[in-house]
Ligand binder design. Sequence first.
Ligand code: BG6
Length: 511
Amino acid sequence: MSPLSTSPADRPTNQPADHPGAHTADLVVFGGTGDLSMRKLIPALYHCDRDGRLSHESRIIAMSRGGLTDADFRGKVDAEVRDQVPADDQAGWQRFLGRLHHVSIDVGADAGRDAGGADRAGWGALTRLLAGHEQRDRVFYLASPPRTFGPFCRELDQAGLVTPLSRVVLEKPLGHDLPSAQRINDEVGAIFDEHQIFRIDHYLGKETVQNLLVLRFANAFLEPIWNSLWIDHVQITAAETVGTPGRRGYYDHAGALRDMVQNHLLQLLTLTAMEPPARSDREAVRDEKVKVLQALRPITGTEVDRFTVRGQYVGADGMPGYLDEPASTPPTEASRRVETFTAIRAEVKNWRWAGVPFYLRTGKRMPYRRSEIVVQFKDVPHSIYPGGAPNRLVLRLQPEEGIRLHIMAKEPGAGEVTPKPVPLSLSFGETFTTRVPEAYERLLTDVLAGNPTLFMRRDEVEAAWRWIDPILHAWESRAGLPEPYPAGTTGPAGAHELLGRSGRAWHEEDA
Ligand code: BG6
């Protein structure tokens, strides 16, 4: 028999025993052959399996329009993901492939209107596959367009597939504004209880993001100076070198504000600005995060022009502009108006942060790929040395995860004392030799364990949209287009003026 057709019954006898923390779960992925699933979810699940976090009985069921058999799907995964498998784990890989199943269903364009209505056979096949396994954890992962979330949840309910041990995972974007997010939350909430709903923001699974909480709350020296008395401002940057080839259909209606700021950047802001929670439990952390979002000063009316910048990349240095990226349809008015870059000056109105600007910035086709949080401290009250520079803490999320504290030190040598900024560095890769798990691996482990701490609660998502919506509406009402910036540069002039007005500048150094 081909190894690709392995089923639970013909598992190799040399299979290791279940890990004590292993979960027996049926994981049903809608959009199971899509880009996210093949690039992120399947590799992450393989690593969960390899680390013994899935029991022998667990299954992964991909739902897609592919019309594939189990063997076809296993062959597709084998072809697309095998190069990520270490050479010494070929047996483990075959065991993993044996967990995979495929059910054909319409998760495409019509699914939002009539979720699977045209394809009852698929729902029947899923029901049969899950029958008799009601005692297992059941995870429905919706890696499908947001308009399908409500209809799919209703279908699952009508088919009697939602058990007390079921969870649903929602991929972003969760709506395109506050009303649409509320509608999705209502629809999903009508079937699943809030504790069963896992809204993913993959930035929360990144190692440095979790380390930010440990750094702040497991060390005594930072918290006393983590406030407006000591901190001048904070910068949060997520810069990408990639453009949007082949993504125009999505991106024209998303833009950088919805795609990156409403979720990833605001999550980083909440973790930087939140008060110390009383406990590390699931609700205490989220309670504190939501208070930060509620304390964000709304940016409305003419302030939108002063405190926000939007840009769109144009062709340069052999790189295409946004409008010239390969796409299945020609650019429209929406393409011309959409921002591929944004910078915002935000403020958290509370005792700790009053007067401290939080600058947010994200863009496509920038000169480097870098996500980081930069905490810029104030200068010493009175300097006795010439040429000092204020301290700065840089938390790098990617590409190399690490923490750097820039301090002043004396340059060795006789004669005049010359202070010099030098970094104290912690590179996770060099300090910890264990493999750093991918964000999705960590998040899927938490879903399987039923731990929602790193997932967004309904009130968090809605508070984030409440702050974003006025900016979106103001941009939509403006006649002007986003400021152009050449591909491969750090964004439009307006982004530099946003900080330059107060004598500040974006952190552009390598660390
Ligand atoms: C996704 C956005 O959520 O995050 C993409 O939709 C973006 O546009 C991606 O490229 C960035 O993720 P990462 O982990 O590469 O920073």
